[in-house]
Design a protein around this ligand. Structure first.
Ligand code: GLN
Length: 281
């Protein structure tokens, strides 16, 4: 079969299955299977695929039709211009989270030590290390399976000498101090999870989403303890849900943080809160 026909067939099947970005996903899966790129696909629509490629593509289209995320089929997601390996044990890196990384980057200087709490794929910490010099970091997660993904990503990006991944229930296993703590913790209210799109609800790890009854469980825990692990004058950065800025800012203020700022994402929604730790109040 020709590229163009196989693509048209894949696109039609995804549309029928009500996959949001059917055309895009059909193309990306074809690129993945044929190990090619967009330009080649469109410049040579008449090119024949092998029987094996066709079979592989049809299997992937069938899986995508069941709302298995594209990234679980290709095994990767780009974030901050870097490619991260992903699987069902980690939250797929979101474009919104790039706002958090960019805010932290403004305050990075040589030699800082960064803690990434709830590191998942390691995308936040590894991006920060990639775009700075002489920085080091620790990535913490409760999930051993997630840490394997993060470690593989560190190796893939050549950052393994500057990073350590630690299995820990929040701060439990830590005994050092950091200049910066960054976290994109689970922050979705439990009752909202059932309303999310199936790709997220059924395929992102539940433990990476669930912020308990009011969505703020992890912010409370982290803000309660972060002061013991931050140098005086150190900074705490959070990604937040669009309606959590006020509560998270208040919690930080009550725990000795000053210069608290809220940043919006490109959709105009509150997305990041950060502040400077100046000791207990
Ligand atoms: N830090 C990871 C990310 O932002 C995982 C976050 C999570 O599991 N809640 O992608």
């Amino acid at each position: 079969m020709r590229y163009a026909d196989l693509y048209a067939q894949g696109k039609a099947l995804l549309e029928k299955a009500e996959i949001e970005e059917a055309a895009l996903d059909a193309r990306l899966l074809l690129e993945h299977v044929c190990e090619t790129d967009r330009t080649t696909l469109f410049a040579h629509p008449e090119k024949e695929v092998t029987a094996e490629q066709q079979k592989c593509y049809e299997e992937l289209i069938a899986k995508r039709s069941e709302h298995i995320p594209l990234q679980h089929l290709t095994g990767q997601q780009d974030f901050m211009g870097l490619t991260f390996g992903v699987n069902e044990h980690v939250l797929i890196p979101r474009q919104d989270t790039e706002i958090l990384v960019e805010e932290v980057m403004r305050d990075l200087h040589d030699g800082v030590n960064i803690l990434d709490m709830c590191t998942g794929s390691g995308c936040i910490l590894l991006s920060l290390l990639h775009y700075s010099n002489d920085t080091t970091g620790v990535g913490v997660d409760l999930s051993e399976e997630a840490l394997k993904v993060a470690q593989a990503n560190a190796e893939r990006l050549g950052k393994e000498s500057r990073v350590r991944f630690v299995q820990s229930n929040l701060f439990e296993a830590l005994d050092e101090q950091f200049d910066i703590i960054v976290s994109n913790p689970p922050y979705i209210r439990t009752d909202v999870i059932e309303m999310l799109m199936p790709e997220v609800r059924d395929h992102d790890p539940r433990m990476a989403l669930d912020g308990m009854a009011d969505g703020l469980f992890f912010y409370r825990k982290i803000i309660d303890e972060a002061g013991n692990y931050l140098k005086r004058g150190g900074q705490l950065f959070f990604e937040i849900g669009h309606d959590q800025a006020e509560e998270v800012s208040t919690l930080m203020r009550e725990h000795g943080y000053k210069e608290i700022e809220v940043k919006k994402d490109y959709a105009g929604l509150d997305r990041v809160v950060y502040g400077t730790f100046l000791g207990g109040v």
